[in-house]
Design a protein around this ligand. Structure first.
Ligand SMILES: [Zn+2]
Ligand SMILES: [Zn+2]
Length: 212
């Protein structure tokens, strides 16, 4: 028997789990579990995540439906504009009773996750009940909900032009921004090219930088 672990994310549900057709409201704030995003976009561990929804008992488990709201920190991946704000996600999850083996064990990052993701939009997400159905564990559900929802590369707007790679100027504010002088890295290449051409005994190279 796996050892039952009660955490900040376990919710007592035995009052609805006893028979089908019962409901239990859940309106509570949970600490954000670790592992949601990174420094670019994510939810800080321990931040308040508000869960507002309910459990409905059916024959073979509990259905949770509700809304998760979390303070998401983010910066535009192109121009570094802060995009912090509350995100709300609609959640539907199935917590099967133990007799019903879930198709995929969830509970954090797993190597096999990639294969599960294929049909995920079709099927309900499945999460564990523990201690013979007395508690629902929301940790993985909270984490997965926001990990799935967060963009890999947040943008302040779809066509953000980003920053000048040379001086950091915001190209959204200065659409005509450019540099006349040759980048020093290209100046080095230019010198090498000149040198190679000289070695090849090619035509006269006057070192002009307007060849391309
Ligand atoms: Zn931007
Ligand atoms: Zn610049």
């Amino acid at each position: 028997m796996a050892r039952v672990q009660y955490t900040d994310w376990t919710v007592p549900v035995s009052q609805v789990g006893s028979r089908a057709g019962q409901q239990m409201e859940l309106d509570r704030t949970f600490p954000a579990p670790p592992g949601i995003g990174d420094s670019i976009v994510g939810v800080d561990e321990g931040a308040d995540i508000h869960v507002d929804g309910r459990f409905d008992s059916i024959v073979d488990g509990l259905i949770f439906t509700g809304t998760f709201t979390a303070p998401v920190h983010a910066v535009c991946s192109r121009c570094d504009t802060p995009l912090d704000g509350d995100w709300s996600e609609q959640v539907t999850a199935f917590f099967p009773y133990a007799e019903e083996q879930p198709d995929a064990k969830r509970g954090g990052k797993q190597d096999g996750d990639v294969e599960v993701i294929a049909g995920e939009d079709e099927a309900e997400d499945v999460y564990p009940l523990i201690d013979n159905g007395s508690f629902a564990d929301l940790e993985a559900l909270i984490r997965d909900t926001f990990v799935d929802a967060l963009p890999l590369q947040p943008l302040c707007r779809p066509d953000c032009k980003g920053l000048c790679p040379q001086c950091g100027a915001d190209l959204n504010e200065e659409p005509d921004h450019h540099h006349e002088t040759t980048d020093i890295r290209f100046a080095g290449l230019e010198a090498l090219k000149t040198q190679l051409e000289a070695q090849q005994g090619g035509e006269d190279t006057d070192g002009s930088s307007d060849e391309h």
